[in-house]
Design a protein around this ligand. Structure first.
Ligand SMILES: [Mn+2]
Length: 328
């Protein structure tokens, strides 16, 4: 794939996807990763953004991308439960964005520029963050390559529709910013679905905002009561209604803190690992699905790398689902 000189300037060497080979029959994800410079076609592109300047309270998710890459150490390319194999998938890792820690807008500009070119090249991106504020440039990059509108299925403990505080962008503002984009393709609230919202973590003001705008919220407690399958089907109908693409935005704090302790704002009562894995497996196969970002994994707050291994497992399900979407 060709990238412009400017885009290449903003790419930094990252850690390699981890690999151990205990059995010669095992093929690790790392073994099927190609070099993007030598690939004509890329199905799935990994890109890291080691940036947490927009995190409120507890920073640390700037270390997420490389820690998630370490989290793939268990990842083989076959999953017996799905009876599915990744052989033949054209996958690469573009490394990390060269971020500017003191400049949110410049960092977002770089992300949007690089990711726009990757998507233009035909790849489905899997973006490893980094703070949730990064969903704004990630989705902007998709919109730059899209005639119509996007629907977003977001997993999160929090609403993330805050207004900018004193003009400052935060990890709580990405979806408000996307809805406030000028025509032709601002995010329509009716195409935004939030799954996993939970706990005494929000403001009534923003809850009322979601209701008034027609944003669909599936709180974690509703997922636990009704089951994830039914809710995912409803989410897909909402996100695909009149849109040309679906983006998955996965804030790891949408998971219960038992599965994701390593994050800025942990979520007791959030989704289970099983619910999240099934959701990604289904949504990633939808014909309109065009990318995913995986955010807020914060290694300094983690225990035994649980959260990074969890994130890598979600990433594997997205990678597998993407292959299934493209090749069946
Ligand atoms: Mn979030």
């Amino acid at each position: 794939m060709q990238l412009s000189a400017e885009a290449q300037k903003y790419l930094m060497q990252a850690k390699q996807i981890a690999s151990g080979v205990p059995d010669e029959a095992d093929i690790k994800l790392a073994q099927i990763m190609g070099d993007w410079r030598e690939m004509d076609q890329i199905d799935l592109a990994v890109l890291g953004i080691p940036f947490d300047t927009s995190v409120m309270l507890r920073p640390g998710c700037r270390f997420g991308p490389d820690s998630i890459r370490d989290g793939f150490f268990l990842s083989n390319i076959y999953e017996p439960g799905y009876d599915y194999d990744l052989s033949g998938l054209k996958i690469t890792d573009f490394g990390n964005i060269d971020v500017i820690y003191t400049d949110v807008l410049e960092t977002h500009r770089r992300v949007e520029l690089v990711l726009s070119e990757i998507i233009k090249g035909g790849a489905t991106p899997l973006v490893l963050g980094g703070d949730h504020g990064l969903t704004y440039p990630n989705v902007k990059a998709l919109l730059n390559n899209l005639e119509g509108n996007v629907g977003i299925i977001m997993f999160d403990g929090h609403l993330d529709v805050r207004t900018d505080q004193h003009g400052m962008i935060s990890s709580g503002t990405p979806f408000r910013r996307l809805m406030e984009e000028p025509e032709p393709n601002p995010l329509k609230p009716k195409n935004l679905v939030e799954i996993g919202i939970n706990g005494w973590l929000a403001s009534k003001k923003y809850g009322d905002f979601c209701k008034e705008k027609g944003i669909t919220i599936f709180p974690a407690r509703e997922v636990h009561k009704r089951g994830i399958e039914e809710i995912v089907q409803e989410a897909l109908e909402i996100a695909s209604d009149g849109t040309d693409a679906i983006w998955i935005s996965f804030d790891i704090d949408g998971l219960d803190l038992a599965y994701a302790p390593g994050t800025c704002a942990p979520n007791p009562g959030g989704l289970t690992a099983h619910q999240a894995l099934e959701a990604i497996w289904t949504i990633g196969q939808h014909p309109l699905c065009r990318g995913m970002d995986l955010l807020e994994v914060s290694p300094p707050w983690d225990l035994h790398n649980i959260t990074s291994i969890m994130a890598a497992a979600l990433a594997m399900n997205f990678i597998g689902a993407t292959k299934k979407r493209i090749y069946g």
